[in-house]
Design a protein around this ligand. Structure first.
Ligand code: TXA
Ligand code: MG
Length: 329
């Protein structure tokens, strides 16, 4: 298969390009496009064969369910088998936006999307390109991140191509995504609602709307989100988050290893060391993280060392992704 790549304006995508993407999707094809978090790989969520192509292109285990995207909150609501008060409040506050709600599903959603489960993960993305394609297709779209399974999520079209060139029909390139980390996933079939994946919407922001939630990692048993187990979101270069990053970098350099270092302080750059000076704001760090890791990966270094992160809930999602990238969830 040849993957067609089309550039689109991120704010006002050209209608003919949007129509072409919608047409590919209606015919059961695969289209990658930007959302406000990361690039997604979309297919018609109502058609098992189309959804099956997502799993094949990504090499994704079929037991890992997909997020279904809707073009507006009403369309999202129509895909849920029940719509509790919490859903109404959260959708009103955060949709369109990077909050995914797990709800009972309607029969229209293909079992391939939900891995045979009774719930569906729903969100309305905030990116104009994603919304335009959803609205033009007039379909709910299953869309995981547009990367091979367990690899880093893409924040640029070139990241998508590196993993999926020749495996998908169409890629809409609208430049880098602003958020940089995947959406927050909240299971509101649980009582109290349960955070399955931290993301750009923080627990405090959610709790301000619906009251206390169960936090991931709390002593409340295993996560119910199969995609969150094991190594995930990982660069191919081994990544570590040591307590004393400077000492670890010095040790590796002394051993003749080539090292990439994500740090908050400017550092000298001896041979074999690539320093990435990271922003002190969590929002900016999130926006830069995957792009930085993709770039370091391309240098084929021996190690990536990440300086300890500041405390604070706004770093929760970043901490989570780095732990998974290091393979120590
Ligand atoms: O920001 C995002 O959410 C991006 C963009 C493209 O929208 N999408 C994304 O999808 O990150 P994906 O498939 O890479 O991650 C979906 C996560 C997985 O961890 C999966 O296990 C979980 O959501 N999930 C999906 N359906 C679920 C369900 N019914 N119950 C529990 N977890 C679910
Ligand atoms: Mg993913």
């Amino acid at each position: 298969m040849k993957t067609v790549v089309l550039s689109v304006d991120a704010r006002t995508p050209a209608p003919d390009i949007v129509a072409r993407a919608a047409d590919v999707l209606r015919r059961g094809g695969l289209v990658a496009f930007p959302t406000e978090t990361v690039y997604g790989l979309a297919a018609n969520a109502l058609e098992a064969a189309a959804v099956g192509r997502i799993f094949a292109a990504k090499g994704r285990p079929p037991a890992n369910p997909l997020i279904v995207h809707a073009g507006d909150p009403l369309a999202g609501r129509a895909l849920a088998g029940a719509w509790p008060e919490n859903a109404e409040r959260l959708a009103k506050r955060f949709w369109p936006g990077p909050l995914t709600l797990v709800l009972p599903k309607t029969p229209a959603i293909s079992d391939a999307v939900t891995a045979g489960g009774a719930t569906v993960a729903l969100r309305v993305p905030a990116h104009p390109v994603a919304l335009a394609v959803l609205q033009a297709a007039g379909l709910p779209l299953a869309a995981p991140s547009a990367n091979r399974s367990s690899r880093l999520s893409p924040t640029r079209a070139e990241h998508v191509l590196r993993d999926l060139d020749g495996l998908i029909d169409l890629l809409l390139d609208a430049g880098p995504t602003a958020g940089g980390l995947e959406s927050t996933v909240l299971d509101i079939t649980a009582s109290p609602p349960r955070l399955l994946r931290p993301g750009l919407v923080t627990p405090a922001e959610i709790e301000a709307v619906i009251g206390p939630i169960q936090h991931a990692g709390a002593a409340s048993g295993p996560l119910r989100s199969p995609g969150l187990l094991g190594k995930h979101y990982a660069p191919t270069t081994p990544l570590e988050c040591p307590a004393d990053d400077a000492a670890r970098v010095a040790e590796l350099l002394a051993a003749g290893r080539r090292v990439g270092w994500l740090t908050f302080k400017p550092r000298p750059m001896p041979p074999n060391l690539v320093v990435e000076l990271m922003p002190a704001s969590a929002r900016e760090y999130a926006a830069r993280l995957y792009d930085t890791l993709h770039r370091l990966d391309r240098l084929h270094l021996d190690h990536i060392i990440v300086a300890p992160l500041p405390d604070g809930e706004e770093w929760l999602a970043i901490r989570d992704r780095l732990r998974r990238a290091a393979g120590t969830p």
